[in-house]
Design a protein around this ligand. Structure first.
Ligand SMILES: Cc1ncc(C[n+]2csc(CCOP(=O)(O)OP(=O)(O)O)c2C)c(N)n1
Ligand SMILES: [Mg+2]
Length: 328
C-alpha cells in the first residue's frame, strides 16, 4: 500500500518516519555500546521498526496500556519512552524507568507512560495483559491493552490461556505476534504447523488478521481497526505481524551460523526502513535532502542522549533491595 493510504497527514507520516529512523539509529548505538563493553547485552528490533511504529500509532498512549516484549524498542518510544530512557536501561543506571537498573537491557517498562514491565520468561506478558484489560473493562474506562510476543513464544501455554480468557470475557485488547521467521536459531517450519498464525484466533472466538509489517499503511490500518473494535466493546484481535530480524537473535549469538548468506542478503535488500524511505521519496512526502537532514539531526540527538545517559549515576549499593517488590 502507499503511505498515504494510511489516511495520515503528511506531517504525521514524517513524524512516523522520524520515530522509525530514531529507533534504528538508537539500536545501532546500543550495539556499539555493547561491543565496546559499556553495556552487557542487546536484543534488537531492527527489521521490525516500521511495523512497530505503525502498530503503536494506532493507540492512545496516555490512556491505553502496552505490555511489550524485548524487541519493542520502536513501539515503546512511540508510547513515550525517550532515547535517554532506553540508554539508561542498557547502561543499568539508577534512573532507568524500566527497572532502575535491576533488569537486563531491553526489558522495557515505564509507569509514567502506561508501559507494564516485561519479564524474560517469554509470553508471561500475555496473561498479565488480560488482567490489565479486565481491570479497564470493569472500570468502564474505554482504555485498551496491547501486548506483543514473538512467534516462537506462541508455543507457550500462556499464549493459549490468555487468548481463551480474552475470548470468554470479550476483553478490550489487541494481541500481536511479531513473526520474524526465527526463535533464536529455530526456523518457522520447526515452530508450528500452520501457515498463518492469526487463524488461531478463530479457535478462541476473537478476531484474527495477518499483516505485512514492512508495509506501514497496511499495518497501521489493521491495528486501527483492532483498536477501534476493542474500544467499542467488540472484543479482542490477534494480529500476526510479519517482520524481519536483521541482526542475530541478540548480542550473544551470530546468525551466520544458522542462516545462509543468501537468506541474510535478501532480507537486507528488503530492509523496512529503506523501503519506507523509498516510499517517502516516490510519494513526494520527503526529498533526499530532507531525509539527509533528519538523519543528521537524529545523529546529534542520539549522541547527546548517550552522553547524558553515561553521566547518570549508577544504582547505589545501599539501594540493592529497592525497586524489586512493591514498596509501602
Ligand atoms: C519460557 C521461556 N523459554 C525460553 C526462553 C529463552 N528464550 C528467550 S528468547 C527465545 C526465542 C523466542 O523466539 P520468538 O518468540 O520467535 O521471539 P523473537 O526473539 O524471534 O522475537 C527463547 C527460546 C525464555 N526466555 N522463556
Ligand atoms: Mg521470532
Amino acid at each position: 500500500m502507499k503511505l498515504k493510504d494510511s489516511q495520515l497527514t503528511k506531517d504525521e507520516l514524517i513524524q512516523a518516519y522520524r520515530m522509525v529512523k530514531e529507533a534504528r539509529m538508537l539500536d545501532e548505538r546500543l550495539w556499539q555500546l555493547n561491543r565496546i563493553g559499556k553495556s552487557t547485552f542487546n536484543i534488537s528490533g531492527q527489521g521490525a521498526e516500521v511495523g512497530q511504529v505503525a502498530m503503536a500509532l494506532a493507540f492512545e498512549h496516555d490512556k491505553d496500556y502496552f505490555l511489550p516484549y524485548y524487541r519493542d524498542m520502536a513501539a515503546v518510544m512511540v508510547w513515550g519512552m525517550s532515547a535517554k530512557d532506553i540508554l539508561m536501561g542498557s547502561l543499568g543506571k539508577a534512573d532507568d524507568p524500566s527497572s532502575h537498573g535491576r533488569q537486563m537491557p531491553n526489558h522495557y517498562g515505564d509507569r509514567a507512560h502506561n508501559i507494564v514491565p516485561f519479564s524474560s520468561t517469554v509470553t508471561t506478558q500475555y496473561p498479565v495483559a488480560t488482567g490489565v484489560a479486565l481491570a479497564m473493562q470493569i472500570d468502564g474506562s474505554k482504555a485498551i491493552a496491547l501486548t506483543a510476543t514473538g512467534e516462537g513464544s506462541t508455543a507457550e501455554g500462556d499464549f493459549h490461556e490468555a487468548l481463551n480468557f480474552a475470548g470468554v470475557q470479550k476483553l478490550p485488547m489487541v494481541f500481536v505476534i511479531e513473526n520474524n521467521g526465527y526463535a533464536i536459531s529455530t526456523p518457522n517450519a520447526e515452530e508450528f504447523g500452520v501457515k498463518d498464525l492469526s487463524v488461531r484466533a478463530t479457535g478462541y472466538g476473537i478476531f484474527g488478521k495477518q499483516v505485512n509489517g514492512r508495509d506501514f499503511a497496511e499495518t497501521y490500518l489493521a491495528f486501527k481497526e483492532a483498536a477501534d473494535n476493542a474500544r467499542n466493546g467488540n472484543g479482542s484481535t490477534l494480529i500476526e505481524m510479519l517482520v524481519d530480524r536483521l541482526t542475530a537473535h541478540s548480542s550473544d549469538d551470530d546468525q551466520r551460523v544458522y542462516r545462509t548468506p543468501d537468506d541474510i542478503a535478501e532480507m537486507k535488500e528488503n530492509d523496512c526502513v529503506m523501503l519506507m524511505e523509498k516510499q517517502l521519496l516516490s510519494e513526494k512526502v520527503l526529498s533526499e535532502a530532507e531525509l539527509a537532514s533528519i538523519k543528521k539531526e537524529l545523529e546529534a540527538k542520539i549522541n547527546q542522549a548517550t552522553e547524558e545517559a553515561e553521566e547518570m549515576p549508577n544504582p547505589a549499593s545501599d539501594q540493592l533491595m529497592t525497586h524489586i517488590y512493591e514498596e509501602e
